[in-house]
Every structure is written in structure tokens, then in C-alpha cells.
Design a protein around this ligand. Structure first.
Ligand code: SF4
Length: 75
């Protein structure tokens, strides 16, 4: 079964002028939680416990909590 995605607001960035750091930071609701890292540092690609990979500066416990509290209720 395919899970629904919750789109983030705004438009995708220009591919010839990709934002610094995490390319999503201008539109990401959670970028401010990373203490400025999102705008200046590209996140490492990291394996997760669910056999997925993620590229985000948020800690796994932050991502789990934000998903449960702010994303899952809207899916
Ligand atoms: S690193 Fe994570 S929190 Fe920061 S802008 Fe990218 S997706 Fe959002």
C-alpha cells in the first residue's frame, strides 16, 4: 500500500540556483529547529531503522515526534 505524502508549501527551487544547505530549507516548517544548520550545511545521507534513508539535520527522535504530532494527523 502506498502512503500519502503531505506536500510542503511553495514551489520547487530552480535547479540552476539550488538553495544552500538543505535544498528544502526555504520551505521547510522545521528548518528553524536545526539551529541554522539547514541553511548552511548539506545534511548527510543516513540509514533509518525502517530500511529507508534520510537526509535531514533533525535527530531521529525529533523526526519521530514531529511526524507523530504534526504530520500523521493530517494524512
Ligand atoms: S535538514 Fe531537515 S529540517 Fe532542515 S530544512 Fe532540510 S528537511 Fe527541513
Amino acid at each position: 500500500m502506498q502512503e500519502r505524502l503531505l506536500p510542503i508549501p511553495g514551489n520547487p527551487p530552480s535547479l540552476i540556483n539550488v538553495p544552500s544547505g538543505c535544498a528544502f530549507h526555504p520551505r521547510c516548517t522545521f528548518a528553524e529547529l536545526t539551529g541554522g544548520r539547514s541553511s548552511g550545511e548539506v545534511p548527510e545521507l543516513t540509514a533509518t531503522e525502517r530500511n529507508h534513508v534520510v537526509r535531514c539535520h533533525l535527530r531521529p527522535d525529533q523526526r519521530r515526534r514531529l511526524f507523530a504530532e504534526q504530520i500523521a494527523p493530517h494524512l
